[in-house]
Structure formats: C-alpha cells, structure tokens
Design a protein around this ligand. Structure first.
Ligand code: ATP
Length: 251
C-alpha cells in the first residue's frame, strides 16, 4: 500500500508537488500520469526517502521510508536505468545489492531468470543496451521480493517485445497481491498496463479514476489527457478520492 497525503515539495520558487493526495492499493497496477515536469519523479523520490517533504506524508506500508526496518524487502524501485557501476557484471551488481539489503544470495539467480538476463549475467553491465539496463534495474527492484514496486518510466528504451514483456510482468506482480505504481507521461502506454490512473499536473491531483471510466467519458484517451492537463477537465471532483473532495469543499 502506498499513501500520499497532502504532500508538498518545493524547490526554491518552484512548487513541484502541491498538496497531493492519492493511494495505490495492493493487487492493482496504478498508473501515475502527468506531463513532463508535473511532479511524478519528485513524488517517487519523496516516497523513497531521497527527498524530504515540505509538508504532508508519503507512506509505504503505513511508514515513511526511513522507518522501514528492511527497505529492500518492503519496496523495490526503478528510477534510473543505469544506476549501476558500469564495470561490474549484472550478477556482481545484484550480489552486492543483496548483501547490503539482507537478501539471500540465491535470489540473485532467480531475478536474473525472471527478467531474462541469466545468459548475460557475467557481462559488464556498462556494455548493456538501454533495454537490458532497464531489465537489470527491474531485477534490482525485485531482489527483495517486495510487496510494493515504484517504477519511473520503466518502458523507456524497451522495444515492442520488451514493452509487451514488461506489461505481462507488472500485471503478474499485481495479480500476486503487490502494489505497483508505474509512472509515465504517455496515457496510451499506461492504459494498457494500469487498472487505475492517478493524473497530476503542476504537482496537483487532476483525477483519480479507472482506465475504463476515463475511456467511457472521452472520445479517446489522448483527448481525456489533454482535457485534464489543460485545466478543462470535468473529472475533477467527480473522481477525487474522499480526502481530496473534503479538501475541495474547504474542510
Ligand atoms: N532537484 C531539483 N531542483 C530544482 N527543481 C527541480 C528539481 N527536481 C525537480 N524540479 C522541478 O520540479 C518540477 C517537477 O519535476 P519532476 O521531475 O518531479 O516532474 P516529472 O513529472 O517527473 O517530469 P518528467 O516526466 O519530465 O520526468 C519541475 O518543474 C522540475 O523542474
């Protein structure tokens, strides 16, 4: 479970996240959608304890990241594709991570198999294509067998076959009861993978809705996205979660 409650984060004069509230629940792929610069990565970085909020809370399994006893086993994250030492092999990278996070070593081969990197596990990760690097990032996220996954634009660099594969993987992980939060600025891509969509713009919640509902209310998903992000949305209010509605009513 992920809970973001009235989260605010500023960078100087820029209000990157503005009293944002939403939840991502177990068993569901939640798409986190917004144009470039809308605050998605900032929200994820706060959830992962990499940034401090100026206000509000960002909780995983009811706790702030810093208060999780075994973070690697509670939450797996993919923020940047090439977050590894280029001279290390994929196996060495994962083994070092496993040792640091208290994860049994046998899990390394399991995740290499899961992401389709078993055959190249001994190669220098610095020579990996972007698609292979994304797979290694996913393997790292899955290492601790976490109940919560936070993935920032995970399909970047993947070919159509890779995108198809990652969709199946993420849906399978949600079907096992995990919480999956998946960010993108592309609505079409998210709609194929996610069950629910949390849409933000300018750091604020614009809609919290199901893909099915958004589809029935608009002539196309792209139209719905443009309507929402241009401020012409009619979804605001109707689809806001209870906390957001209370806030909108001035509580
Ligand atoms: N470290 C930082 N210092 C200053 N401003 C920042 C910093 N990080 C983000 N911002 C600003 O905060 C706002 C939100 O950025 P953020 O990266 O969270 O958006 P995003 O939705 O993830 O965008 P993208 O889809 O391009 O990744 C932007 O205006 C950005 O310029």
């Amino acid at each position: 479970m992920i809970e973001v409650r009235h989260l605010t984060r500023r960078y100087g004069a820029t209000l990157a996240v503005d009293r944002l509230s939403f939840e991502a629940r177990p068993g569901v792929v939640t798409g986190f959608l917004g144009p470039n610069g809308s605050g998605k990565s900032t929200t994820m970085r706060v959830l992962l304890g990499l940034e401090r909020p100026d206000g509000g809370d960002a909780l995983i399994a009811g706790r702030r990241y810093a208060d999780l006893p075994w973070p690697l086993r509670e939450v797996g994250a993919l923020l940047e594709a090439r977050a590894f030492h280029p001279g290390r092999s994929a196996r060495a990278h994962l083994t070092a991570f496993a040792a640091a996070g208290g994860v049994p070593r046998r899990r390394v081969d399991e995740v290499l198999e899961l992401v389709g990197l078993a055959e190249v596990a001994g190669r220098r990760a610095g020579g990996f294509s972007l698609g292979m690097a994304q797979r290694l990032g996913l393997a790292t996220a899955l290492l601790g067998d976490p109940a919560v996954l936070l993935l920032d634009e995970p399909v970047n660099g993947l070919d159509p076959q890779g995108i198809h594969w990652i969709r199946g993987l993420l849906r399978g992980l949600a079907a096992q009861g995990r919480t999956v939060l998946l960010s993108s600025h592309l609505i079409g891509e998210l709609a194929r993978t996610a069950d629910r969509l949390v849409v933000i713009g300018g750091g604020r919640l614009l809609a919290d809705t199901s893909v099915a509902e958004l589809t029935t209310r608009s002539s196309s998903l792209e139209d719905a996205f443009f309507a929402l992000t241009s401020g012409a949305a009619r979804f605001r209010g109707a689809d806001l979660p209870a906390t957001g509605q209370q806030e909108a009513r001035g509580r």
